[in-house]
Ligand binder design. Sequence first.
Ligand SMILES: Nc1ncnc2c1ncn2[C@@H]1O[C@H](COP(=O)(O)OP(=O)(O)OP(=O)(O)O)[C@@H](O)[C@H]1O
Ligand SMILES: [Mg+2]
Length: 448
Amino acid sequence: MAKILVVDDEHSILETLQMFLEEKGLKVFTADTGARGLKIFKKKQPQIVILDIRLPDKNGLDVLKSMMKNNFPSKIIMITAFQDMETTIMAMKRGAFDYIHKPLDIDQVEQAVDRAVSILKIDKETPSLKTISIKPSNPLAIIGKSEKMRNIFKMMGLVCTSRVNVLLQGETGTGKELTARVIHMNSFFKNDPFIVFDCSAVVDTLLESELFGHEKGAFTGADRTTKGKIELAGNGTLFLDEIAQLPLKIQGKLLGFLQRREYTRVGGATVLKSSCRIVAACNSNLSDMVNKGRFKEDLFYRLKVFTIQMPPLKERLSDIPLLVEHFLNKINLELGTMVTKIQKGVMEQLVNHTWKGNVRELENTIVQALVGCCGNVLLRDDIDKILTLNRSLPVMGLESFSLAHVEKDHIKKTLSKLNWNKSQASKVLGITLPTLRSKIKKYNITPV
Ligand SMILES: Nc1ncnc2c1ncn2[C@@H]1O[C@H](COP(=O)(O)OP(=O)(O)OP(=O)(O)O)[C@@H](O)[C@H]1O
Ligand SMILES: [Mg+2]
């Protein structure tokens, strides 16, 4: 029989809840002060607590904090007459399981208690996975044991011993950038820079100077000589993301560089040299772009000498369980959560899903599940909600389901979970710190 403790200074509430909860088959303890509540809590170790915030001797939020310090898992449901957002957020941040407002609606209490009982039951039935621990995981690990991934590893091994240029092709989220980083880290020039340049993120007029640098006075506003990405890459790697977006004119200059290994800065005459390795990434088929006349054939042949085709997740479903465990380890550490169990059926759910966003989408799903998680089990219900919401996005068309709305909401939750540590949040969200800052500004997200 599950034990439940109710802490409230209103005796009528204690009596009503005691009667109601006993009828539900729970062993009920009651306390009318914070101190008495804490004493019973330590002695009886109830699995569920219903805790009022305004108590005569203590603030319920402090009682919650003391209870959370104990190492037996309790689901603590807060109740209060305060309707303010700050208290709710503070309670959730301190680990409350749920939050109910007064006047008490008995249906709401029942729902919260039932949910707690059911999660406790799942928790008890589900074994902890030995493979999940709260230890730092290697951020440059490429997870996969499928044949497709084993072939990718072989190709990476081959490429690491030379400076040959590499073309990485594959759908969005298949791990092109990660692969580029790992190739660099395993090359003999791993201590030289790894520079990322997103060909789609810079306006056409600035692309040339971003890539090749410019001399002082080369154009209006060029008040000092600036190095381009090629120069910054030195003897290391230049990762050219979204190479298909490069305008034809710049493609020509890049081709010239690849042929002679020489270039000039914009507005300059000095011939500069660089032996950096180019790793280019593309999520469309580059040869189609060549056929359409949108990509220079010569450049394509230069780049494709060593092509690695990243498989979409649907072609390596057997890797999903490994990826899930990897992300649980990684995200637990980043969010400070302790999800070490996976409810029966979750893996099947994940394997059966159509991952249009590939590994990135899978990782984001696990992040979303852990941000909203209040225990140590990855629950089928939670995954179901996330997958349903994500799947319904394009068809719903309702304002609250717009991508912008979901993005804003997700950024907000992540920041709040991480106490507004923006650099940690940017890592968890998989975006750069400046991008996160610009999104916070764009969506007007403020700490509450
Ligand atoms: N095999 C893998 N093992 C572990 N993590 C992976 C793997 N593949 C991708 N990831 C993770 O998935 C996310 C997306 O990967 P990445 O940015 O490399 O994809 P991409 O192919 O460059 O996508 P896009 O085309 O959208 O830029 C990253 O967080 C990356 O670490
Ligand atoms: Mg990428």
